[in-house]
Design a binder for this molecule. Structure first.
Ligand SMILES: [Zn+2]
Length: 93
């Protein structure tokens, strides 16, 4: 990503059932712990009928800790876009 001047802002993974907490393993194995990095955890292994922010918890790295974002903060920080082609080759144009 760095070679292409891209920055990873967030990661996403799933958990079973209603479990949306960031585990200690999640805390220590996130791909980044830089301040402001987001880690999204989706419940039911992502197999929900209406995928939206209510089915996920959002954790923000801050000063080597993970802080859970409240609903208002989730809405302000994240937009779910359902039909977007984000292939990197599009950036060369
Ligand atoms: Zn996890």
């Amino acid at each position: 990503m760095a070679e292409m001047s891209l920055v990873c802002l967030a990661q996403i993974h799933t958990h079973p059932k209603q479990i949306a907490t960031h585990s200690s393993y999640d805390d220590s194995h996130a791909i980044s712990g830089r301040n402001g990095f987001l880690s999204l955890v989706v419940t039911h292994y992502g197999g929900v009928a209406n995928f939206d922010l209510n089915q996920m918890s959002v954790h923000e790295a801050w000063d080597h800790e993970w802080v859970v974002l409240e609903d208002k903060a989730k809405i302000e920080r994240i937009r779910i876009v359902y039909d977007f082609d984000a292939r990197v080759s599009d950036l060369d144009e």
